[in-house]
Design a protein around this ligand. Structure first.
Ligand code: DER
Length: 220
């Protein structure tokens, strides 16, 4: 119910920020799926979408919503996606759904990033949720050793290959991550790392948080 309420508010916000030539970036996960299903009722109001995963692309196409390659669009007006954790600065941990690289790419392109989440994702400091790091397969052990030097406890996400053909390490024991921007840069600099799930260098611009008292809208 909280996901539904947040997704409903997010559709209304999105429609208020776009026109019929706009491209909407779509995230991945169960909250993003609620958003897709509700957005479908207004598909005449958007020009099309860019998806951050094959799964989301297929869901959109099943609703008859046009899905474009990111290289084919000039601009993404707004990107709407969930998160695994968000702190009060709207800095996020993402990647629970293994789509973090394409999510981060579309978020980087989008003019505005609207994060949609229920209150269970709200934390004072990031890092209780294990930080997903997407890694080139041959570099997995090297990256794991480097993450240990940073104080992490990396666990290989067995049996998962990303849309990009890479593997994921989930890094435990980093809490409290502060400052998040500094750790994001350090992990980015480890050779073999493709993406890490910290969205602090580029946080969300707006957060819609589903709470027992209703949907709260917060700004970075
Ligand atoms: O993988 C991600 O970053 C997703 O946004 C995801 O973790 C959030 O998933 P949920 O909306 O199903 O909680």
């Amino acid at each position: 119910a909280l996901k539904q309420a947040v997704a409903t508010a997010a559709v209304a916000y999105t429609l208020s920020r776009i026109d019929d030539k706009s491209i909407v970036g779509i995230g991945t996960g169960s909250t993003a799926n609620c958003f897709i299903d509700l957005l479908a009722e207004h598909k005449a109001s958007i020009a099309g979408t860019v998806a951050s995963s094959q799964a989301s692309a297929e869901r959109l196409k099943a609703h008859g919503i046009p899905v474009y390659d990111l290289n084919a669009v000039d601009e993404v007006t707004i990107y709407v996606d969930g998160a695994d954790e968000t702190n009060p600065h709207l800095e996020l941990i993402k990647g629970g759904g293994a789509a973090l690289t394409r999510e981060k790419i579309v978020a980087a392109v989008a003019r505005e990033f609207l994060c949609i989440a229920d209150q269970s994702k709200w934390v004072d400091h990031l890092g209780t949720f294990p930080l997903p790091v997407e890694v080139i397969p041959m570099a997995r052990s090297h990256v794991a050793r480097e993450l240990v030097k940073l104080g992490g406890d990396p666990v290989y996400r067995q049996g998962v290959v990303t849309d990009n053909g890479n593997v994921i390490l989930d890094v435990h024991h980093l809490h409290p991550i502060s400052p998040a921007r500094e750790l994001e840069e350090k992990i980015n600099n480890i050779t073999g790392v493709v993406t890490n799930g910290l969205f602090a260098l580029r946080p969300a611009d707006v957060l819609m948080l589903g709470t027992a008292e209703g949907v709260k809208t917060l700004y970075a």
